[in-house]
Design a binder for this molecule. Structure first.
Ligand SMILES: Nc1nc2c(c(=O)[nH]1)N[C@H]1C(S)=C(S)[C@@H](COP(=O)(O)OP(=O)(O)OC[C@H]3O[C@@H](n4cnc5c(=O)[nH]c(N)nc54)[C@H](O)[C@@H]3O)O[C@H]1N2
Ligand SMILES: Nc1nc2c(c(=O)[nH]1)N[C@H]1C(S)=C(S)[C@@H](COP(=O)(O)OP(=O)(O)OC[C@H]3O[C@@H](n4cnc5c(=O)[nH]c(N)nc54)[C@H](O)[C@@H]3O)O[C@H]1N2
Ligand code: SF4
Ligand SMILES: [Mo]
Length: 702
């Protein structure tokens, strides 16, 4: 007999689709999008539409394993759970006795977005253990720092309210691939007459469907935004009343913007001055106007400042006055999750050191952190060998015989490959959870409806068992998954009015009580949740900090380093225009965005998904290809001082001369290097954000 159950897509994707699991004879036999969900609308994406195949994939990790050959040889032998956990505990106890608990480093990210089994599942455990704190700034922390300084922790425009917008700017977001269920709404608005402008460094799938594609050089969007500010002020396109009543620092911003002319920006961005003026005029005079701020906007040296400049625009024009006007960053700010209960930062011993996940390669090799040597790494919900920068260093570090490495995984990923102990983790339909969304305003429930195959268990059970072996008695480690859900959400918050677990179990999802898409205009009358209550065009006395709902929740990092109180253009670290010496050797800029057919590195090990996505390709302009004797379809090598990878050249006008594009996710064990072999682990200038879009390379025929 077939039964259906409510699911939530656990992947790191803003859409957090509400799904329907179909179960027959105790097995997951199909998945569908929930047709009642206003965003999911009955459809999933190409990655998830046959999610059951991932559950029962022949390569799925089913049993605990111990390494039986050299590190990285992929030789493992099956062991039992007790044996695996006993070995982990005895190795850790020995390490703690000799070096202290900070010699142990946890490493996780959003591979699973569940409140219980996701990002923070292991934090409470490792905090209690006294392990090193790993700061997670993969995604959105620079943008969040900028947003908090300017707008405050608010969702901004409801993604659903875009249906009312008449002017939509999608800024550095490839929605067709990465935010599909928002794109449907944008398309509908377009049909109703909205103009859709996509600002993307190359002609992405989304840019191709826009009414207007504007392609600045990567990392120069800050100059474009500043020139828009200049034009809006100089041409009197302001909503002076809104500016006077609801913003802070206008005179100073006006002063700053005086010299940031469209002509100045043309020289930096490559966008003609008259185009910038047209964009500014259209944007300021068409209401409602909404800006979707893509995560990619932060991924270069000046990323934070760029997001600040962009975040000022809707206040200058009064776009916030209208339903469907303003800017959208992460709606997760309005979700009432209790991260302090989930992560238990209160358990972190005072003075515990912090290392950053993006710089794990350096920490394991040439730049070890002060204090205890790193003797053990436990990785779950993350695959840094494929996803983190400077991967050659990470691999070098993981090959160290002296590093005791544990991986909890679904597959033997590029990272799990180097583990000493592998732990099989349960997947979507095999565990109860609520899935957070950073892309909409719904709570999403996921029912456990099948047993995990083999001996796989959910992450939270792994940490419960470890905590029991260490004798940890905190209540977090005693709660069942259902009890965790009771404690992890602030059910008494106004946003949860009328919503509880009983409701969620019955309906699968619930919209937070934060207004409706047809009436929500949260900053119509200012009401910005900033210290001043105003949109802070100027943030007096601001210092750099790491903001972000997904970071480890602790207050340890405040760099103290003063930030420019005003937004401005901050040039890329690696670009022909700003680093001539480096560009001499490595003349091409490269951007490394998401693949349409993979979810970060997930699915890039499944034959059908690789077939759909195609092999690793390198988009290159005819001018650059000709200059290097490269023909369409040739195998090319892309490299710089940090490393290299290979891909198939696709000669195309989709990229301008001087820029190449290669998408992310392909597995290193199935390819020659990956895109992150060349990327830099340097932070961008706010929130310790990554700089994946700020790299120079050379390309040659392989
Ligand atoms: N070049 C480049 N690099 C990038 C980016 C980019 O745009 N360009 N983007 C960055 C961004 S935005 C992000 S968010 C990061 C993402 O970086 P990661 O989070 O490391 O990416 P994933 O490939 O999704 O890795 C998640 C891993 O967790 C495993 N997993 C999934 N669910 C579970 C579970 O329930 N339990 C356990 N134990 N394991 C599970 C999956 O099998 C997978 O191997 O990558 C960053 N890296
Ligand atoms: N199919 C698919 N969907 C995903 C993911 C995935 O891996 N695959 N990953 C999920 C995750 S973790 C995240 S964070 C989101 C990210 O979603 P997006 O923010 O859409 O991320 P990207 O695709 O990396 O980048 C978006 C666009 O920004 C452009 N871009 C890069 N640098 C610049 C720049 O300096 N200026 C401008 N103007 N454009 C630039 C790229 O060319 C790209 O087309 O997607 C999520 N959804
Ligand atoms: S990956 Fe994103 S679009 Fe695809 S099913 Fe999951 S939440 Fe929906
Ligand atoms: Mo991300």
């Amino acid at each position: 007999m077939k039964t259906t159950h409510h699911g939530g897509c656990p992947h790191d994707c803003p859409d957090t689709c509400s799904m329907v699991f179909e179960v027959e004879d105790g097995k997951l036999t199909g998945v569908k999008g929930n047709s009642e969900h206003p965003l999911t609308r009955g459809g999933l994406c190409v990655k998830l539409k046959d999610y059951e195949k991932r559950h029962y994939h022949p390569d799925r990790l089913l049993y605990p394993m111990r390494r039986s050959g050299p590190k990285g040889s992929k030789q493992f032998e099956r062991i039992g759970w007790d044996e695996a956990l006993d070995e982990i505990v005895s190795r850790w106890q020995a390490i703690i006795a000799e070096h202290g608990p900070q010699a142990i480093v946890p490493y996780s990210y959003l591979g699973n977005q569940g409140l219980v089994h996701g990002l923070n599942g292991g934090d409470a455990f490792f905090n209690r253990l006294g392990a090193t704190v790993t700061e997670r700034t993969f995604c959105g922390e620079g943008s969040s720092t900028a947003w908090l300084l300017t707008i405050g922790p608010t969702a901004g425009v409801d993604p659903e309210s875009f249906i009312h917008s008449k002017y939509i700017i999608i800024w550095a977001c490839n929605s067709v691939s990465t935010n599909l269920h928002h794109w449907h709404i944008v398309k509908e608005a377009q049909k109703k007459g909205a103009k859709v402008v996509v600002i993307d460094a190359y002609a992405s799938k989304t840019a191709k469907e826009a009414d207007w594609h504007i392609a600045p050089k990567p990392g120069t969007d800050g100059a474009l935004a500043m020139a828009m500010i200049h034009t809006i002020i100089e041409e009197g396109l302001l909503d002076q009343d809104y500016v006077d009543n609801y913003t802070l620092g206008f005179d100073e911003l006006k002063d700053r913007a005086k010299t940031r002319t469209p002509e100045w920006a043309e020289a930096i961005t490559g966008i003609p001055a008259h185009t910038i003026r047209t964009l500014a005029r259209e944007y300021a005079s068409t209401h409602p106007a909404a800006i979707r701020i893509g995560v990619a906007l932060e991924r270069h040296h000046g990323g934070g400042q760029t997001v600040r400049a962009v975040s000022c625009l809707p206040a200058l024009t009064g776009a916030w006055r209208h339903v469907g006007g303003g800017a959208l960053q992460f709606p997760v700010w309005e979700h009432p999750y209790k991260f302090d209960v989930i992560c238990r930062p209160d358990l972190i011993p005072e003075g515990t050191r912090v290392i950053n996940a993006l710089q794990i390669g350096r920490a394991l090799t040439d730049q070890p952190p002060a204090g205890a040597p790193i003797k053990s790494l436990m990785c779950w919900n993350a695959n840094p060998v494929t996803q983190a920068p400077e991967t050659d260093k990470i691999v070098q570090g993981l090959l160290n015989e002296d590093l005791f490495m544990v991986s909890a995984e679904h597959f033997i990923s590029d990272t799990a490959l180097y583990a000493d102990i592998l732990l099989p983790a349960a997947m979507g339909a095999e565990m109860e959870d609520m899935i957070l969304s950073w892309g909409h305003l719904y709570l999403t429930y996921n029912e456990k409806c099948v047993e995990a195959p083999g001996e796989a268990i959910p992450n939270n059970e792994i940490f419960r068992r470890l905590a029991a072996r260490f004798g940890f008695t905190e209540e977090n480690f005693q709660w069942s998954d259902s009890e965790c859900l009771e404690h992890y959400v602030d059910w008494n918050a106004p946003a949860c009015d009328g919503i509880d677990l009983v409701y969620l179990r019955e309906h699968g999802f619930a919209r937070l009580k934060v207004g409706t898409k047809d009436d929500r205009a949260p900053h119509k009358n200012g009401n910005f949740p900033t210290p001043s209550g105003r949109c802070q065009l100027k943030a007096e006395g601001a210092t750099n900090f790491v903001a972000g709902p997904f970071r480890q929740m602790y207050d340890g990092f405040q760099s103290g380093e003063a930030l420019d109180p005003l937004p401005d253009y901050v040039p890329p670290r690696e670009a022909a225009a700003t680093n001539a010496e480096l560009a001499d050797k490595f003349p091409l800029s490269i951007i490394l965005p998401k693949s349409h057919g993979f979810l970060n590195s997930c699915y890039a090990n499944m034959e059908q998904k690789i077939k759909g996505q195609g092999e690793q390709f390198v988009l290159i302009n005819a001018l650059d290809a000709e200059a290097r004797g490269i023909h369409d379809g040739d195998k090319v090598r892309v490299f710089n001082n940090r490393g290299g990878f290979e891909g198939q050249a696709r000669i195309t006008d989709d990229v301008n001369a001087g820029l190449i594009v290669a998408t992310l996710g392909y597995w290193r064990q199935l390819n020659t290097g990956t895109v992150n072999s060349i990327s830099s682990a340097e932070f961008s200038n706010m929130g310790h954000a990554p700089s994946f879009s700020d790299n120079l390379v050379q390309v040659v025929a392989a």
